[in-house]
Design a protein around this ligand. Structure first.
Ligand SMILES: Cc1ncc(COP(=O)(O)O)c(C=O)c1O
Length: 437
């Protein structure tokens, strides 16, 4: 194995990333300022301005933003919504909760995004919408889906939870569909611990989103404070110092009931509606989100530079990665790559101080979700199932230096130097076998 020199005394290079020291003053201020709607309105206006107009409506999570969009389009009992068979349970759940049925279409093995041909095969008289997911911030051009949508009278909902700042044809993702939803969950491109935005340029859809928001419950002051403490913990202790110190401090803060991060509840894991689901965003989180939007272009530039460092070192070594499609710019929320053995790869990287992303661990992520509860039957989406087995993703975020990226890339090479690990695989699926309907 080649000799890898870690730059300095090495902390863990983790995946949670967007909360940095720069958030600390805003978090502290939010802990003492009273709650109110002002920061939410300012955040929504700024978010829409980033997207060049339209209306942004904030919620407690991206999944609630999707629920708002389904409601705005009057999608419910008897309807079907097509989604990728390579997604998070947070996507089928709001569809199931609305009374509609999620229908899974396969992905393209080289882009990890929806396969329009398979989507076309899944359309029935009950189909009302297609959720086009820009997976890992790799944009999916909408043209083929727009043709299908126009032909069958469907709505296009862009899942931009990974993809804020990514572009196709020069335009930001989220601006070309009928509506889009975004996430500011802790692993995403901007982080408020948990949070989501529903977005539309259509006036009527936007006013229905606002109406839905008005029907959602507000988080309590205690809930808001615990999330702010969690954000302070992420900013101060996850990333900048060794997890040897960060983890136990986090453990005791949680045990004492002083902090609380985002959770996917047991009910959600079983695809059942929890007692509390349809919630609004909090003003403290909105202040943090606003501060992050102000640093957004620096955040994107750093992610891009790290991804280019991975490409520079790993592409010549034959590592199979996922470049954006023609005319598209990724936001590099993560840097996905094909590996021969995801578990062995993650273990190797962790032993050397690097956390590797495992999105997605099942066609309906995470692994603990009974797939059938989410309406997914094994074998329906073979390309997605191959990606689940063999696509890992590397950290790519503003807390990393180019030196860190070089270290991570050299570790990937060292993994492949070990006997039996090949850097590139075959196209993972026989495209001649479409997944069933
Ligand atoms: C592809 C995808 N869509 C939607 C979501 C839901 O976002 P949120 O966690 O903000 O509800 C996630 C969550 O990670 C996701 O990975």
């Amino acid at each position: 194995m080649r000799n890898i020199e870690a730059p300095g005394s090495r902390r863990t290079i983790g995946l949670m990333s967007a909360n940095t020291w720069a958030d600390i003053p805003t978090i502290l201020l939010s802990l003492v300022l009273p709650s109110g709607d002002g920061p939410m309105a300012a955040y929504e206006a700024e978010f829409a301005a980033v997207l060049g107009g339209g209306r942004a409506v904030s919620f407690s999570a991206g999944r609630v933003a999707l629920a708002a969009i389904l409601d705005a389009f009057s999608i419910g009992a008897g309807d079907e919504v097509i989604i990728p068979g390579y997604t998070c349970v947070a996507v089928p759940n709001p569809i199931i909760f609305s009374g509609a049925r999620p229908v899974y279409a396969d992905i393209q093995p080289d882009t990890l995004n929806l396969d329009p041909e398979d989507v076309a095969r899944k359309i029935t008289a009950a189909t009302r919408a297609i959720v086009v997911q820009h997976t890992f911030g790799l944009p999916e051009p909408l043209e083929p889906f727009r043709k299908l949508a126009d032909r069958h009278g469907l709505k296009i909902i862009e899942d931009c939870t990974h993809a804020l700042g990514a572009r196709y044809g020069g335009e930001l993702v989220g601006t070309q569909g009928d509506a889009a939803f975004f996430s500011s969950e802790q692993t995403k491109i901007i982080s408020t611990g948990a949070g989501g935005v529903a977005y539309s340029r259509d006036g009527e859809t936007a006013s229905r989103l606002v109406n839905f928001q008005a029907r959602c419950i507000r988080p309590s002051v205690g809930q808001e404070r615990r999330m702010l403490v969690y954000l302070a913990y992420l900013a101060a202790l996850q990333g900048p110092v060794s997890s040897r110190w960060g983890d136990p401090i986090g453990y005791y803060l949680s045990r004492l009931g002083l902090m609380h991060g985002p959770v996917t509840t047991d009910e959600e894991m079983a695809c059942r509606l929890p007692d509390v689901f349809y919630q609004r965003f909090s003003s403290g989180q909105a202040r943090v989100a606003l501060a992050q939007l102000r640093r957004f272009s620096r955040n994107l530039a750093r992610r891009h530079a790290i991804a280019m460092e991975y490409v520079r070192i790993l592409a010549p070594a034959g590592v199979r990665y996922f470049p954006p499609q023609d005319g598209c710019e990724a936001n590099y929320v993560r840097w996905p790559l094909w590996v021969d053995d995801k578990a062995a790869f993650s273990r190797f990287m962790r032993e050397h101080g690097v956390q590797v992303g495992v999105w997605f661990t099942a066609p309906v992520h995470p692994l603990g979700v009974p797939q059938i509860n989410a309406g997914y039957e094994a074998g329906r989406c073979p390309a997605a199932e191959s990606a689940v087995a063999q696509v890992a993703n590397l950290p790519c975020h503003p807390r990393m230096s180019l030196g860190d990226a070089g270290y991570v890339a050299r570790l990937v090479m060292a993994y492949h130097d070990q006997a039996g690990h090949k850097p590139a695989g075959q196209a993972p699926v026989n495209k001649g076998e479409p997944c069933g309907g």
